[in-house]
Design a protein around this ligand. Structure first.
Ligand code: FAD
Ligand code: NAP
Length: 523
């Protein structure tokens, strides 16, 4: 009876506290800094990695502040809270990619029996597109702010820099300064587009920071660079009706499986995109007409070229925003030549200062990577966890008109690491069922699995070019994490008729020399 009444008394006290706010308050006491520091954690950078880390830290009872500030692009573009992905990256890019795919679908719909009054009249309204995209972004900015407020994370809209290892100074919009101290600090400042050092680049060219909110239709566009951003932007612009030309300095999608990269660029050329290989820009000049005259050179033949464009979009990579952080004041000396922070386990040489996301040296510059690393870091700092981020086998997709999704090793890297004799590559061209009626080009739908040759043939890499490649590759990425073998893949029953099932049908090895083209849709 006494035990029961004690339990009831305890429940009466504890139950009202078991509302989420109170749990946070209770837990906060665990980390209360007792006036030594203002916060348990200060996060510099409110993008994918910083916000994920801040939210997870609060779940573990930490008192957290997030600083976020966007310096306008040279063209004057600025945006709200949430970082690159939400404002000028993944999200607007995917929406424009979708707009491009829908445009192509309207043409295909006719062959399925849809009555479209006049295909010639099918045109994109650029300002309606950018308006819709920007409206969505603003709603995400708003939700992000509300979320921070609900979670009791303090948000400071200021540019942060270190004063000493525990003090950060934020310069606010009006120029005033706000100083704050924190026991732990996470640097999550991401990066911004790099501009080549050529006349006219900063004055007249735009980057991915500007394209998604460009006030005028881009028109005929020169894209400089053939990484993810260059190819994705050239792809959606061309499909939206703005002719695109791409300058490729070395190879497209350097670091990716080059057979797959070439399939992607073949498809782009077939869609009318002009690709100039081994070319770098020399200058961009503004003409009286307002158009831009771009000059470039072929680095092998030394031949020079010029053409007139409405827009020149620079996509030559991104640099980390560490210069403005005054890292020496914090004692951080693990910075690479290109300004990125070297921190193997996200911890810098100053033990209470960490870094996550694009600012890290040698890590994939991808949103889910920043988010996952940020969350795990907060759990290690505040939750007593020990799990480290695993940067291997991170899946990714290039959202070109025909998408390319992959996870694991490229064929080249697998051969380099294990030797040709120890690698088996299974491959196939395939025909998506939905491509037949509109008689779409199916030459470039291709997939391959790169595996160890010895049974049970553990799979090292999966590569897929085709529709919805990101959706296809995501589940297989989990399988790769579980060390899937070719034997298990072949024993997986497919879902018919899908494009993803093609992975379960792979049976031709490159080594056999057999024709990888499909015989029929249901063979
Ligand atoms: P960010 O998201 O860049 O956030 C950093 C924040 O810190 C920014 O808001 C910045 O303004 C702010 N900041 C910088 N310095 C300071 C300072 N001193 N004080 C205060 N605030 C500061 N990834 C994918 O996974 N899939 C995609 O499809 C994809 N598409 C992309 C398309 C484009 C065009 C681009 C540019 C990127 C794309 N990415 C994509 C990459 C993805 O956006 C980044 O990997 C991700 O945003 C990195 O997150 P982060 O937290 O490291 O940095
Ligand atoms: P990137 O992948 O590093 O590509 C930069 C491109 O610019 C390369 O083709 C490079 O050629 C070229 N280049 C560099 N300097 C040049 C110069 N002076 N003249 C001509 N060309 C030059 O960079 P990015 O495309 O800007 O993308 C940045 C990061 O954002 C990526 O690494 C990626 O992680 C992320 N991102 C992801 C997605 C996605 O997940 N779908 C989409 C977009 C961006 P070389 O190869 O010769 O160096």
């Amino acid at each position: 009876m006494t035990i029961l009444s004690n339990v009831l008394r305890f429940n009466n006290i504890i139950n009202p506290l078991i509302r989420s706010d109170n749990i946070v308050l209770l837990a906060r006491r665990t980390f209360a800094t007792h006036g030594v520091f203002d916060y348990d954690l200060a996060v510099i950078g409110g993008g994918s990695g910083g916000l994920a880390c801040a939210k997870e830290a609060v779940n573990h009872g930490a008192r957290v502040v997030v600083l976020d500030y966007v310096t306008p692009s040279p063209q004057g573009t600025k945006w709200g809270l949430g970082g690159t992905c939400v404002n000028v990256g993944c999200i607007p890019k995917k929406l424009m990619h979708q707009a491009a795919l829908l445009g192509e679908s309207i043409h295909e719909a006719v062959s399925y029996g849809w009555q479209v009054p006049s295909l010639d009249a099918v045109k994109i309204d650029w300002s309606a597109l950018t308006q819709s995209v920007q409206n969505h972004i603003k709603s995400v900015n708003w939700v992000t702010r509300v979320d921070l407020r609900d979670k009791k994370i303090e948000y400071v809209n200021g540019l942060g820099e270190f004063k000493d290892p525990h003090t950060v100074v934020a310069t606010l919009k009006n120029g005033s300064k706000k100083e704050l101290t924190a026991k732990n600090i996470v640097i999550a400042v991401g990066g911004r587009p790099h501009y080549p050092d050529i006349p006219g680049a900063l004055e007249y060219c735009i980057t991915s920071d500007d394209i998604f909110s460009l006030s005028n239709p881009p028109g005929k566009t020169l894209v400089v660079g053939a990484g993810y951003i260059g190819l994705e932007c050239a792809g959606f612009l061309n499909s939206l009706g703005y002719p695109a030309t791409v300058l490729i300095r070395s190879v497209p999608l350097r670091g990716f499986d080059q057979q797959m990269a070439n399939i992607i660029t073949n498809e782009m050329e077939e869609k009318g995109i002009k690709l100039h290989h081994r070319c770098i820009p020399l200058s961009v000049e503004k003409l009286e007409s307002g158009q831009l005259k771009a000059r470039w050179t072929n680095t092998e033949t030394k031949e020079q070229f010029e053409d007139v464009f409405d827009t020149v979009l620079i996509a030559t990579g991104r640099y980390a925003l560490t210069k403005q952080l005054n890292l020496p004041a914090a004692g951080i000396n693990t910075v690479s030549e290109n300004g990125k922070i070297v921190a193997a386990t996200e911890q810098t040489n100053v033990p209470h200062i960490y870094a996550v996301g694009d600012v890290l040296e040698g890590r994939p510059e991808l949103t889910p990577v920043a988010i996952h690393a940020g969350r795990l870091l907060a759990r290690r700092i505040f939750g007593g966890a020990t799990q480290q981020m695993d940067y291997d086998n991170v899946a990714t997709t290039v959202f070109t008109p025909l998408e390319y999704g992959c996870v694991g090793l490229s064929e080249e890297t697998a051969i380099q690491r294990h030797g040709t004799d120890n690698i088996e590559v299974y491959h196939a061209f395939y025909k998506p069922t939905e491509f037949f009626i509109p008689q779409r080009n199916i030459r470039n739908c291709y997939l391959k699995a790169v595996a160890l040759r010895e049974a049970p043939q553990r799979i090292l890499g999966l590569h897929f070019v085709g529709p919805v490649a990101g959706e296809v590759i995501q589940g297989f990425a989990a399988a790769i994490k579980c060390n899937i073998t070719m034997e298990q893949l072949k024993n997986t029953v497919g879902i018919h008729p899908t494009v993803a099932e093609e992975f379960t049908r792979l049976n031709i090895t490159k080594r056999s020399g057999k024709d990888p083209n499909p015989a029929s849709c249901c063979s």
